[in-house]
Design a protein around this ligand. Sequence first.
Ligand SMILES: C[S@@+](CC[C@H](N)C(=O)[O-])C[C@H]1O[C@@H](n2cnc3c(N)ncnc32)[C@H](O)[C@@H]1O
Length: 292
Amino acid sequence: MGNYFNMIYNDDCLTVLPKIDTSSIDLVLTDPPYFIGKEMKKNRAVNKLKFNDSGETINTQMSWDISWESKEEYLNFIKNVFIELVRVLKDDRHIILFVDKKDLSYIIKIGEDCRLKFRKVLFWRKTNPVPLADGIGPMTSMELAVWFTKGSVKKEHYNKNLGLITDVLNAPIPSAEGSKIRHPSQKPILFGLQWISYLTKPNDVVLDCFAGGGTFLLASKLLNRNYIGIESNKQYCENIQYRLNTPNSLVASKFNSFIHDTLKNKLDGIDKTEILTILGSNAERVVANDLF
Ligand SMILES: C[S@@+](CC[C@H](N)C(=O)[O-])C[C@H]1O[C@@H](n2cnc3c(N)ncnc32)[C@H](O)[C@@H]1O
């Protein structure tokens, strides 16, 4: 498939992934549908989907999440994606995949069946969790991602400049404020910045095969990594192009020097988790100010 770096493919990932060269990817960072749409359908009060009188989706906002007949069919789809991801990943490199909490054990098993080494569960703690519609029960403030490694853990690369980081990343739910194109399940860019920066080097290749709003592609671009994005929804692909192309290279270099300066100036003598918190809120603000 020629030079396919820094491109967005508007197609099903199971159509595009087989065209990617074996052992050509340095990091997979992706966020598949959780297949929770059917459950959401049961409670229309808290549901972002809109239904007609027959109960069919009339709003495509999250229709991509209900494409499977059963959980078994969904997990089988995820397994087929994993098989391709393991093939395209280089040895001693990593896959990070967001998961629904209920599926954690299934997804770890799928990864291990594909001969990946399970490393850790990574957490995104939402600093602005949303109250439940019925007001009953604690707000959900954690989203989970699973980190796997292919091959030998001893040979892997870490960016030691990030210092001692933890498995919990604090960041707000990305706001639609100031942004024309927030994806309904958009993840914070800081999550991408931290883990891409930690596990890859400049010019490495990052793959996101469920690109959504393109958050992890933008993080890759800002960190001078190559990216490959796959997204089945045409409108989302257009949004990603807009998001990636609106900032010019000046914005990217400004953002990069911001990260380097922040780390360089603040690394000594203060709590490293505090640095990441500072970096987090500023990173979100710089991106928001510059891109939208
Ligand atoms: C959870 S969202 C990703 C959100 C993204 N991480 C962000 O921050 O904006 C999952 C995306 O996968 C896309 N998708 C669903 N099935 C797909 C498939 N088979 N191939 C490619 N993309 C798919 C959906 O359209 C949706 O935008």
